[in-house]
Design a protein around this ligand. Sequence first.
Ligand code: FMN
Length: 459
Amino acid sequence: MSQATRRLHLGLMFWATGTHAAGWRLPDAREDAAFDIEFLQHVTQVAERARFDFLFLGDRLATDPRLQRTNPAQMSRLEPFTTAASLAAATSRIGIVVTANPTYYDPYSVARLMGSLDHVSAGRASWNIVTGADDIAAANFSRTEHWETGKRYDWADEFVDVVKALWDGAPSVEAPAGVPLDHDGRHFRIAGPLDVPRLPQRHAVILHAGTSDRSRELGAREADVIFAGQPDIPSAQAYYADIKQRAARYGRGEDEIAILPGLTPIVAPTTEEAVAIYDRLNAFLPLDPEEAAGEVRKGGLGRGRRRNLSALSETLGVDVRGNDPGAVVESALYGQASEAGRRLIDETARRTRRSLTGAARISYRDLIDTAGAMGAIVVGNPEEVADFIQAWFDQRAADGFNIFPAYVPGAVEAFAELVVPVLQRRGLFRLDYEGPTFRDHLGLGLPGSRRDRDQLVRL
Ligand SMILES: Cc1cc2nc3c(=O)[nH]c(=O)nc-3n(C[C@H](O)[C@H](O)[C@H](O)COP(=O)(O)O)c2cc1C
């Protein structure tokens, strides 16, 4: 795609009390937000008014008390297909992404649920394929273990193939009874045809999120959007180039696959106000008790790492235990710290505008706060946040972002009101939707049928 026509894409990651662990502590936060469908609809409408490409509903198939520390709204939630149908009825343009994990679903059900959602939403359905980070989910699905990566992706590859083939054979004007599938594969035996009529988008938009080589391959082959997690431009550029190269090997053009890292923007009219929000959120978070040497524990995905001087010492490569967490850090620490430690200090300075030498100084507590949330975070005024987004976009580290609002609804409204107009003024983001379907927002036409495509490849 030429630079002139390349457009930024924006998704909204919806965690009802925000993606910051203290998002639920702010005055306008709602502790029942995850279950109040009118509230979910309101947030989706705010995103739609700002012309976001999509609202993203992640999912987990198990609850985990450890999430209470970091994202309480993730501990219990509404089932996403049901939620999505309700959000579709309250909106008319925004794409709606539902996470459904092939490891624990079956293909006919997903083809049917997603196909129905595409009808209910008039062409705005999207399936986020994840193979699952939660090994505890296995215990809810009559399994003794969460499969290892190879098995999960062998299963997922065939699963996705079958779902797309079911959509291709869905009842249509040309074939009112549908086309039987008669799939007899390694994992699935499915007769078909699907009982849902041909989807408005033919295929729901496919998203994918994962980290392994197998995940990259599945994403490059099947996904229209990749949800990525790199925290900085160099690592995001490497990931971006790798996915686009892999996609090219499947005959797919650069513009057929959008790579959107997650980004937490903390924005306010002035830099000082934005930093004050960031500090205020972090001040709510308690520190963990210190641990004995050699016992530093790290949290898993989404559960955050331990917030104490022991864990900080690990990252810095310098033993800083015994300091008052609120004390300012000596400037000599920079020279002593590991590379990861120096990155942590630099990132803290970028977010807080404090330094090791200036009038406003970095404290140990500031470093702990940064280490607790190392994803891509930008704190600043609207122009500064837009600069950050544009830098990633221009340097091909991203085709846009999945926006993680730190607190809800305030951070969604702030981004919509303050940053989107700047991105629009710069010609980076759409002024209006160009069509009614999610595929239209992504600039994608209707997909050819899999069988046609396979035949073309054979010719
Ligand atoms: C950005 C991102 C978002 C993810 N979202 C979810 C999710 O909503 N639900 C889930 O079960 N797993 C989610 N995962 C986990 C992936 O499905 C995957 O299982 C995990 O990253 C391990 O990588 P692998 O599958 O490539 O081995 C996410 C992963 C990433 C990187």
